[in-house]
Write a new protein. Structure first.
Length: 396
């Protein structure tokens, strides 16, 4: 019988169990985007806590793809490699697999942060990152972006990561190419599903020439909230395209940043937003009680709060042969065992539960705890914009 605590395999890599730490930006890189001692310590704690595998916070493959969040990881230079090697060596001491998530933030950043114009498949202003209208990327720039993803993957391999994960989710650049909501192009990079997928296909093809069968995973959206956003039917086709393009495993998430708390559901952390958001700072405090319900209506979390990607992930799994990982609102051991035992997905992943309890897997395994202590307040999600990640437990 299947069990969440039995070993599993992704592209031949042995994972201790079926519970993965999903990518979580920690805000603990140095100025060059290298992991700091504090970040290495955090990953060591996760490894000691018997997590099946760690997916790092997102690492940008080029400067104009850098996030405005504090201290993002970067994998844009060969000089980054020895710093990451230190991290992978430390995690491997605990016999734990670690994957580097590689990304380009696309229009979800600010030119004042990157020092360059923001770019996207189409010049559509983001509702949240709305200081600039992004420039529509040219063929030449797409070629450069593809090559930078490949270089990032080559560096990750040299740095000792067990594999990489392409971030195709949450509205970042590759996600915005895939999404009909953000990609309105009429050339070979837009229109049909095949055209919108082309940039990912190019990355996979060129990466395979350089790294052969090195594990390349992907995190994609199973659906988006926007009316013209990606829907499950098309996500299934994209998952099939990923498999054909030799992707090794798919993690299924949902939502884009401007849709609000869709990918990370739960409470609406208004107090934290009021403190950190650049737009909120322009609104006088006395107006906050009026603003809160309006914002919550537009950006608050939809239902359900738990296991909200399981339906789409299970459906995607029915259409592909590669392992499928489900993320999003997974909090109870009983639910984890159900997903694995009923073979709805091959692995489950979590983010916020590891912020409050890095050793949650060990606690589950030793039967000391049946569910995460995370209350889904989402303060961590906003707090990490300006300070390293931590659990606030619903209080400022
Ligand atoms: C503080 C924080 C940082 C995150 N950083 C990333 C990231 O770097 N890359 C990514 O794909 N998702 C990121 N996510 C989303 C999570 O990986 C995950 O998809 C989401 O939180 C839902 O899972 P959960 O309910 O277990 O938290 C982040 C979430 C949080 C709360």
């Amino acid at each position: 019988m299947k069990d969440a605590f039995l070993e599993g395999k992704i592209a031949g890599i042995q994972l201790k169990n079926r519970i993965i730490r999903s990518a979580t930006h920690e805000g603990l890189a140095d100025e060059a985007g290298n992991p700091t001692a504090a970040l290495i310590k955090k990953y060591e704690e996760l490894a000691k806590g018997e997590v099946g595998a760690i997916i790092t916070g997102y690492a940008a493959v080029m400067q104009n793809g850098k996030s405005p969040l504090l201290n993002m990881l970067m994998i844009d230079k060969n000089e980054n490699i020895p710093h990451y090697k230190e991290l992978t060596d430390r995690v491997h001491q605990y016999n734990t697999a670690i994957f580097l998530q590689v990304t380009h933030c696309g229009r979800q950043t600010f030119s004042r942060v990157t020092g360059m114009p923001t770019v996207a498949p189409s010049p559509l202003k983001d509702k949240l990152y709305n200081e600039d209208i992004p420039q529509e990327v040219t063929n030449f720039e797409i070629d450069e972006i593809v090559n930078n993803f490949v270089s990032g993957i080559v560096r990750a391999k040299k740095a000792g990561f067990d594999g990489v994960q392409l971030q195709l989710s949450h509205g970042y650049l590759l996600s915005s190419f895939l999404s009909p909501h953000m990609n309105k192009r009429h050339d070979q990079w837009g229109g049909s599903t095949e055209n919108r997928f082309r940039i990912v296909k190019e990355i996979m093809e060129r990466a395979r020439e350089k790294v052969a069968d090195y594990p390349i995973l992907a995190k994609m959206n199973g659906h988006e909230k926007s009316k013209d956003g990606l829907k499950l039917e098309e996500a299934i086709v994209i998952a099939g395209n990923l498999e054909k393009a030799s992707c090794d495993a798919i993690e299924v998430s949902c939502g884009i940043a401007e849709e609000g708390f869709v990918a990370t559901r739960g409470g609406f952390p208004f107090a934290m937003i009021a403190r950190h958001n650049h737009l909120m700072k322009k609104i006088p405090k006395m107006l906050h009680p009026l603003v809160k319900p309006i914002l919550k209506r537009s950006f608050g979390s939809p239902e359900p709060r738990y296991l909200y990607n399981l339906g789409s992930a299970a459906e995607i799994r029915r259409h592909v042969k590669i392992p499928v990982i489900v993320v999003g609102g997974i909090r109870r051991l009983e639910d984890i065992q159900n997903v694995i035992q009923k073979e709805q997905c091959d692995f489950i992943s979590m983010s916020r539960p590891f912020i409050i309890e890095p050793a949650i897997v060990r606690k589950f395994k030793e039967n000391k705890q049946q569910q995460s202590r995370c209350i889904d307040c989402n303060y961590c999600q906003i707090g990490v914009e300006k300070t390293p990640v931590r659990c606030y437990y619903g209080k400022m």
